[in-house]
Design a protein around this ligand. Structure first.
Ligand code: S3P
Length: 429
């Protein structure tokens, strides 16, 4: 099992770029494959999750060339996918399996989707249920709640669905199915989740519209290939933002980060905690807003976090826990029950790991209460196979009073294969 130990840093300094956005990378393969003609993708994230999506489309007959810099996708049009001859393995990737479930439900062929030991435990009914209302025929373990999922492609009808959870994966699965459905497919959410699917559908020329609290698509319209430039992943930048904030004497410039307002909850949270973060050189790339982030070490204070900001920062709570532990005062996180069904239960994992580092944490059903302590103790913790849990504790180790060891760090490659060298690069002793 891979294990990694970080030593406390003297400061975090320099200029970096983080790899491409994971959500946008998945969608670039999907829409590029379904469009007619060529799509090129620059800045594609070559993490394990995105490679699972790429392999799935290769299995369905899509030619995708990779020269190491640019992906070139020979799009096959809405009805050009071929039946995969084998089970599609989505690995650890929730986005791959849930979005593919929506996309494959309306094909004219049979397919089976599965994943690793963690993904096979995660809830799928949230997409299987509403897709069934559209006419999809999907079978899975536990009445369709758990993968493997077997899909018998069938004709679909648009629905007007109000989702009980703010989930971009649910919304996107239904919109993808909606491309094949008769009529309009409309999804409404309790809070707006990331909108990369809607933006990219519009960019490719699909018949999509943004609604008051969600999105709608009408089926049948072909899309055209496009050039995509994937911005840096704010969820990856978040680890470096927090590292620079919590280690005294730090100043870090993170270039080319996607700052789509449905993703910038982490910036809002850290600013509210007193973080010194400036957004410089704002611009737009492939329909997505981008900026450079200048981050300087700051005295953080505890805050209350809940409501709308939660889906806008949903992947960042493990590292918010680190910021909270290093802050002065109490941070209360609520409305974040979704964290319990991520790659692991991120409330339980964060609480257990912070306690190992000497921090007092109270778990609640939908969040946690962290008593800021201004430092972490050196410790050994386990990632539970979750990339963001692993990276968060290594960031915490930058400001700990002794070495922090994380066991089972291979999972970092799912989203951020260059994380460890980049962390070493910016750490001054
Ligand atoms: C994602 C949506 C979010 C997020 C995940 C990526 C996406 O999941 O946690 O990392 O690309 O659509 P949920 O839809 O389950 O909130």
């Amino acid at each position: 099992m891979q294990t990694y130990t970080v030593q406390p840093a003297g400061s975090i300094r320099g200029e970096i770029s983080v790899p491409g956005d994971k959500s946008i990378s998945h969608r670039s393969i999907m829409f590029g494959s379904l469009a007619r003609g060529t799509t090129t993708v620059r800045g594609f994230l070559r993490g394990e999750d995105n490679m699972a999506t790429l392999n799935a489309f290769r299995m369905m007959g899509v030619e995708i060339a990779d020269d190491g810099e640019v992906l070139t996708i020979a799009g096959r049009g809405l009805h050009g996918l071929r039946e995969p001859e084998d089970v599609i393995d989505c690995g650890n990737s929730g986005t791959s399996i849930r979005l593919l479930t929506g996309l494959l439900a309306g094909q004219r062929f049979f397919s089976v989707l599965t994943g690793d030991q963690y993904l096979r435990k995660r809830p799928m009914k949230r997409v299987v249920g509403p897709l069934g209302l559209m006419g999809a025929v999907i079978h899975g373990r536990d009445g369709g709640e758990k993968a493997p999922l077997a899909l018998t492609g069938s004709p679909l009808t648009g629905i007007d669905y109000t989702s009980p959870v703010a989930s971009a994966q649910v919304k996107s699965a239904l919109l993808l199915a909606g491309l094949y459905a008769t009529g309009e497919t409309r999804v409404t959410e309790p809070h707006r989740s990331r909108d990369h699917t809607e933006r990219m559908l519009a960019h490719f020329g699909a018949d999509v519209r943004v609604t008051e609290q969600g999105a709608a698509v009408s089926g049948g319209r072909e899309m055209e290939g496009r050039e995509i430039v994937v911005p840096g992943d704010i969820s990856s930048a978040a680890f470096f933002m927090v590292a620079a904030l919590i280690v005294p004497g730090s100043e870090l410039l993170i270039r080319g980060v996607g700052v789509n307002p449905t993703r910038t909850g982490i910036i809002d949270i850290l600013l509210a905690m007193g973080g010194d973060i400036q957004l410089l050189n704002r611009r737009e790339v492939s329909g997505e807003p981008v900026a450079d982030l200048l981050v300087r070490s700051s005295s953080l204070k505890g805050i209350e976090i809940g409501g709308d900001v939660v889906p806008r920062a949903i992947d960042e709570f493990p590292v918010v826990g680190i910021a909270a532990a290093l802050a002065e005062g109490t941070t209360t996180i609520h409305d974040a029950r979704e964290l319990r069904v991520k790659e692991t239960d991120r409330i339980a994992a964060s609480a257990a790991n912070l306690r190992q580092a000497g921090v007092s944490v109270e778990e609640t059903p939908d969040g946690m209460i962290v008593s800021g302590r201004g430092r972490l103790d050196g410790c050994t913790v386990d990632s539970r196979g979750d990339h963001r849990i692993a990276m968060s504790m290594l960031v915490g180790g930058m400001a700990a009073s002794g070495p922090v060891t994380v066991t089972d760090t291979a999972c970092i490659a799912t989203s951020f294969p260059s994380f460890l060298p980049l962390l070493e690069q910016v750490s001054r002793r």
